[in-house]
Design a protein. Structure first.
Length: 103
């Protein structure tokens, strides 16, 4: 499900069962990331599949990438393995106005 930047941030703030997933490359993560996010690079292909299979299906996943395209794909993949609540950050990290952690 696509959420605007405002919806994503507001819903995340009020969610006690949230898991923030960054699907960008390690190089992109070096430029900064949203606090408390875990990074699994969607470009890893099978490696990405192996890692997401380990995730807790009962959590609510807030997924982002640079622009919103890869995270949209990732949400569809999460849905396909039984994770019902996956929220895509529309327009991605490049438009994120919330707190950013600098590595």
């Amino acid at each position: 499900m696509d959420l605007t930047q405002e919806e994503w941030a507001e819903q995340l703030k009020n969610d006690d069962n949230a898991f923030v997933l960054d699907v960008r490359t390690p190089e992109e993560v070096e430029e900064g990331y949203i606090a408390n996010s875990a990074n699994i690079d969607i470009y890893l292909g099978q490696g990405f599949m192996d890692e997401i299979q380990k995730l807790d299906t009962s959590k609510n996943y807030y997924v982002y990438c640079r622009s919103g395209n890869r995270s949209g794909q990732a949400c569809a993949i999460l849905n396909s393995i039984g994770i019902e609540n996956a929220y895509n950050l529309e327009s991605g990290f490049m438009n994120w106005e919330g707190e950013v952690v600098e590595p």
